[in-house]
Ligand binder design. Structure first.
Ligand SMILES: *[C@@H]1O[C@H](CO)[C@@H](O)[C@H](O)[C@H]1NC(C)=O
Ligand SMILES: *[C@@H]1O[C@H](CO)[C@@H](O)[C@H](O)[C@H]1NC(C)=O
Ligand SMILES: *[C@@H]1O[C@H](CO)[C@@H](O)[C@H](O)[C@H]1NC(C)=O
Length: 512
């Protein structure tokens, strides 16, 4: 019996080890890479041969983890795009910017040697699986066709979107750039539904056709349409944990692996020393990888420097210059930080953050209260979520002054309820059957074993928007009601008319 089990185990394992995997990750965002990279590297460590097509450089030097870099795109994009400007855009302008951001990325990708390298792979080169960061890159889908349409997994380091698995047209999920929680007023739901619909319509009418046009321009004739390939994706790994994100009804093939990137490591010596020595607590200050603190403007930098100098705590600030004049002794700047490990130190008492999703997961995981300064996209609702869950406070970037910032820092530090709430959340967040990375690897190998998870699809993937939202039914009901009303009114009118005409006839007879 045991021998037989062992034999079956070996048989299954034989199938799943040493798969050839291509990852297509095109969104220009170091935080996306951070998330994807932890997962892909883990697959390589488990004996798979992983090829990453992306923009972020390799730091691993592992024989089975090859990076094909689409070089120079980050630098060129800087001429087209300033993340600081995004916070002043309307919702519609933000949606448009996302589409054009994707388009510019495609055009820049097409000029790279990296992309030429993968397109020169022999046509009979076989990948067993394609992993696609579903936040962009549809213009590279001809590669899926080139490699014979192997099974596909989507990975999404961002908040859940309604389109890929067509299930999230939920009334309680706010549109991505709205600062609402899952409990919305009628007006908020109206606004959210309108923006969700607008995004999906513009995606189908403008974004996807443009992606197809670009793909055809670069790769030549393309036999599939983009939506068909998206429909082929059998499983999605999503940066979702219901303890922090909204509680959502997810289909069984959307696998929540929120915080998968959190892998505690030992701190570098200098930081370890600073943290160990700071008995009155450490505040971590970071606006993430897209917004650089050095770019937020003279006035704001000066206000922050002054505020921090008044604090009893030590501050570690992610600031992308070697020197910042006027800095007080309690403030240390670093161009880069192992953020999760700083948050994991027992002396860290507060995290001042832009509210990015990865940072949000790290704060909850490590039970550190937060002050959110949201700039764009999901940051607004992540920060709304901190406030709703009582684990932190919000301050608008435009409201940052020496006085305001100082007050909000004091109010969070001096109110024990934030720490208590985030501690409770942290315990719940970590109480999972398997670690998220383990779950992600399990489902990846599930797809390698079975080639698909289409048997786990919600039927909604084959339905249109009207059907999914039951709008057709509602329409039929409304029409029926109107018809019934119409018939009733007509009948009543007839009856009244008949009676009236009868009366007039009898009156006429009487008078005559
Ligand atoms: C690399 O992958 C091959 C299969 O492609 C496997 O046999 C080998 O053990 C892997 N090497 C390492 C160091 O994981
Ligand atoms: C592993 O991936 C690399 C990079 O794509 C490729 O050159 C190599 O041929 C692959 N190895 C196998 C055994 O397929
Ligand atoms: C402490 O913070 C909570 C929010 O988490 C708030 O409801 C409460 O009023 C605050 N207490 C004081 C004394 O400010």
């Amino acid at each position: 019996m045991i021998l037989r089990r062992f034999f079956i185990f070996c048989l299954i394992n034989k199938f799943i080890s040493g798969a050839n995997i291509l990852a297509i990750t095109t969104l220009l965002s170091p935080s996306h890479h951070l998330f994807n990279d932890v997962y892909l590297f883990e697959l390589a460590k488990r004996g798979h041969n992983v090829t990453l097509l992306g923009h972020d450089e390799d730091k691993h030097n592992h024989p089975n983890y090859t990076h094909i870099i689409m070089e120079g795109v980050y630098e060129k994009l800087k001429d087209h795009f300033d993340p600081m400007k995004m916070k002043d855009l309307s919702h519609w302008e933000t949606i448009n910017l996302l589409w054009s951001f994707s388009e510019i990325t495609c055009i820049l990708d097409y000029e790279t040697e990296g992309l030429r390298k993968i397109t020169r792979y022999p046509d009979d080169f076989k990948f067993d699986l394609i992993i696609w960061d579903s936040t962009g890159g549809q213009c590279l889908f001809p590669l899926v066709e080139k490699f014979g349409r192997p099974p596909m997994i989507a990975i999404n380091p961002f908040i859940n979107q309604p389109n890929t698995f067509k299930n999230i047209w939920q009334s309680y999920i706010p549109f991505m750039t709205l600062a609402y929680t899952d409990h919305m007023s009628l007006w908020q739901r109206l606004e959210s539904a309108f923006l969700n619909t607008l995004t999906e319509v513009s995606r189908i009418m403008f974004f996807l056709p443009r992606q197809l046009e670009l793909a055809t321009m670069y790769f030549g004739r393309f036999n599939l349409n983009i939506e068909e390939i998206e429909r082929d994706v059998s499983l999605m790994l999503s940066n979702h944990n219901p303890v922090f994100n909204y509680v959502e009804a997810l289909p069984p093939n959307v696998i929540p692996v929120g915080g998968l990137h959190i892998q505690p490591k030992t701190l570098p010596k200098d930081l370890q020393n600073i943290l160990d020595m700071s008995k009155s607590g450490v505040i971590l200050f970071s606006f993430g990888s897209n917004i650089r603190s050095k770019d937020i403007g003279e006035n704001k930098i000066r206000a922050i420097v002054k505020t921090l100098s008044k604090l009893a705590q030590t501050v570690i600030w992610k600031f992308e210059e070697d020197n910042l004049p006027g800095l007080s002794k309690n403030v240390h700047i670093r161009k880069w930080l192992p953020q999760n490990d700083v948050l994991g130190h027992a002396n860290t008492v507060l995290f001042i953050t832009h509210g990015g999703l990865l940072s949000a997961h790290e704060a909850v995981y490590n039970a550190v209260p937060v002050i959110g300064v949201p700039f764009n996209l999901d940051q607004l609702q992540n920060v709304a979520n901190y406030v709703k869950k009582g684990i932190g406070a919000k301050i608008d970037f435009n409201d940052i002054t020496e006085e305001n910032l100082y007050n909000v820092i004091q109010s969070v530090l001096n109110n024990k309820s934030y720490k208590e709430n985030v501690k409770k959340l942290s315990v719940l967040y970590k109480d999972q059957q398997d670690k998220p990375l383990e779950t992600a690897v399990y489902w990846t190998e599930y797809i390698l074993r079975h080639k698909t998870a289409q048997h786990l699809n919600l039927a909604t993937r084959d339905m249109n928007f009207l059907q999914i939202a039951n709008l057709d039914i509602i329409l039929i009901c409304l029409l029926s009601v109107f018809l019934l009303l119409g018939v009733t009114v007509t009948c009543m009118c007839c009856l009244i008319l008949k009676r009236v005409s009868k009366q007039t006839v009898t009156e006429k007879i009487k008078t005559s």
